[in-house]
Design a protein around this ligand. Structure first.
Ligand code: ADP
Ligand code: MG
Length: 240
């Protein structure tokens, strides 16, 4: 579903992604871990073309990420992204936040879009919040609304960049539970997180990044018990 081949990314002289090769199969859940500044967010942003790559190639579902235009918009809609900050529209209701993308971008019938949005809010467990505004919800509820908003575009791949890092500890699990549910339903997912419990529970593979490189790529059982590189072992000793 995702093929990354020889990707390099520079910000000026700063070499932020170094020869990245990564394959994510349909239905696979890949968790990316690594120290701050190792390039995890940049890689995610390249995957849905919020950033351009300096060299190399990224294909989503067999199609090379194109440079511009309608084709880019369509491919981007196939790749949903959830960030640490929820980025909901503060002056629109939760239901509107979820329904507006399909109406304006997806050209979906308004009534149908609202019915579908309500169904998605049910799926993430906040249907009763549909008429409220983002500020009236807890952080965990807002992040679940943000996930529903992404799902409303019917993505084939979901990217999560530290989706629980801005949440109070007691709200982390309600968001992770939604993500575990998505994974169980077969969604293809790339998840940057420091939640090692989630990685153990839901990941098919853990990718460890350091200094712009993929250092290890292993099944979680292997990664957590027998990481090969000194860099990965050192990282694990700090987060476990
Ligand atoms: P991570 O998500 O693993 O913490 P990032 O991908 O955010 O790492 O950042 C990797 C490196 O790229 C860091 O050194 C960061 O300072 C740098 N970087 C990220 N975005 C930009 C940008 N827009 N301009 C310049 N440097 C950037
Ligand atoms: Mg980051």
């Amino acid at each position: 579903m995702i093929e990354v081949r020889g990707v390099n990314k520079y910000f000026g002289d700063h070499h932020v992604l170094r020869d990245i090769d990564l394959d994510v199969a349909a239905g696979e859940v890949v968790v990316i871990v690594g120290p701050s500044g190792s390039g995890k967010s940049t890689l995610c942003r390249c995957l849905n073309r919020l950033e351009t790559v300096s060299s190399g190639e990224i294909r989503i579902d067999g199609r090379t990420l194109p440079g511009e235009g309608r084709e880019l918009a369509r491919l981007r809609a196939e790749v949903g992204m959830v960030f640490q900050s929820f980025n909901l529209f503060g002056h629109r209701t939760i239901l509107d936040n979820v329904a507006l993308g399909p109406i304006h971008v997806g050209k979906k019938d308004r009534k149908q879009a609202r019915a579908d949005a309500l169904e998605l809010l049910e799926r993430v467990g906040i249907a009763e919040q549909a008429g409220k505004y983002p500020a009236q919800l807890s952080g965990g509820q807002q992040q679940r609304a943000a996930i529903a908003r992404s799902l409303a575009m019917r993505p084939t791949v979901m990217l999560f960049d530290e989706p629980t890092s801005a949440l109070d500890p007691e709200m982390v699990s309600e968001v992770l539970d939604v993500m575990v549910g998505l994974a169980a339903e077969g969604m293809t997912m790339v998840v940057v997180t420091h939640e090692m419990g989630f990685a153990r529970r839901a990941a098919d593979r853990v990718v460890f990044m350091d200094e712009g490189q993929i250092v290890e790529s292993d099944h979680p059982d292997t990664f957590f018990t027998g990481a090969r590189s000194e860099r990965a072992r050192s990282f694990l000793s700090k987060v476990l």
